[in-house]
Design a protein around this ligand. Structure first.
Ligand SMILES: *[C@@H]1O[C@H](CO)[C@@H](O)[C@H](O)[C@H]1NC(C)=O
Ligand SMILES: *[C@@H]1O[C@H](CO)[C@@H](O)[C@H](O)[C@H]1NC(C)=O
Ligand SMILES: *[C@@H]1O[C@H](CO)[C@@H](O)[C@H](O)[C@H]1NC(C)=O
Ligand SMILES: *[C@@H]1O[C@H](CO)[C@@H](O)[C@H](O)[C@H]1NC(C)=O
Length: 262
């Protein structure tokens, strides 16, 4: 039976084009998320009055933020891309929110994301995504044009002249990249080896890696050109005639990639 396995695998490969390896040390090199709905894995920071922020980790409860200018930063644990959604459980008529997105912790700021529209020297070209007052209680989904294709940290910033509280729960992101791949962790066609005399491991994939997935995007999620003006970004341009399509970069260079160099 043991000897049948490679043959069975080959037969499956011919039929489905994919053959998944059994669990092993090579899984440590597989950075792809297990689900297309991802939740924060930790709280990076809180500023001002933020209570129960940790309840947002893995979606176990709700957090309350109050006081004008209070904010907090959620860490998704790895690079992700897609539309954010959450539930506003209680709001006040005067409150507005702002969202800022970054790949690196170096650029976490309440007033700006890292640049995706245009790489300006001041690093504050994009600024934030505003959700204006009055907020509606209930489920909120980020509009499609404002998609961020690459981020790890999401900051949520409260503005309220009266400092009124907002209670928020169910913060997640819907992975938008590699829409044609159902199980992002099922890499096909890779090679793994352990160096017998050194603490080194080699892991090579044939077009199945996480970087490749994050750069393979739905057809209508390209960066708008000419770029949006300062203070905005838009990722709703149509990239070609058929998709998904490979682009230069998940976050900023969402243009068709004429060569593959990942
Ligand atoms: C940052 O630089 C860009 C490009 O030069 C400019 O359009 C924008 O207004 C600047 N932002 C701020 C906040 O100064
Ligand atoms: C992209 O979204 C912006 C902002 O909503 C909108 O003005 C524009 O028409 C959209 N473009 C396309 C190609 O859908
Ligand atoms: C609230 O905070 C914002 C910046 O986050 C500031 O521009 C505004 O003046 C503040 N409003 C009040 C009433 O303090
Ligand atoms: C929580 O968010 C998910 C998307 O991640 C959504 O499908 C679900 O309806 C939300 N839950 C509630 C109670 O609105």
């Amino acid at each position: 039976m043991q000897n049948m396995r490679p043959l069975l695998c080959l037969a499956l490969f011919v039929i489905s084009g994919a053959c998944v390896a059994p669990a092993g040390p090579w899984d440590a090199f597989n950075l792809s998320p297990a689900s297309k709905t991802v939740y924060p894995t930790s709280i990076y920071q809180t500023t001002g009055t933020v209570s129960h922020a940790h309840a947002l980790v893995d979606n176990v409860g709700s957090a309350t933020v109050s006081g004008n200018g209070s904010w907090f930063t959620l860490d998704f644990g790895k690079e992700i891309g897609g539309l954010v959604s959450f539930n506003l459980d209680s709001v006040s008529a005067t409150t507005s929110l702002a969202l800022s997105f970054t790949e690196s912790p170096m650029f976490i700021r309440s007033y700006a994301s890292d640049d995706s529209s245009y790489p300006a020297a001041n690093t504050t070209f994009d600024t934030v995504f505003h959700i204006p007052a009055p907020l509606s209680p209930g489920y909120w989904v980020q509009p499609a044009f404002s998609l961020r294709g690459g981020f790890r940290y999401l900051s949520i910033v409260l503005t309220d002249p009266n400092g009124a509280p907002v209670t928020i729960s169910n913060v997640s992101a819907a992975i938008s990249f590699a829409p044609h791949i159902e199980n992002l962790r099922a890499y096909a066609g890779y090679f793994y080896a352990k160096d017998p005399t050194f603490h080194d491991h080699d892991f090579l994939t044939k077009g199945g890696s996480f970087a490749f997935q994050t750069n393979t995007v739905p057809l209508n999620t390209g960066r708008m050109v000419p770029f949006e003006s300062a203070g905005h970004w838009a990722n709703n341009a149509t990239l070609g005639v058929a998709g998904p399509i490979i682009v230069d970069g998940a976050k900023r260079d969402r243009h068709v990639q004429p060569k593959v160099s990942l």
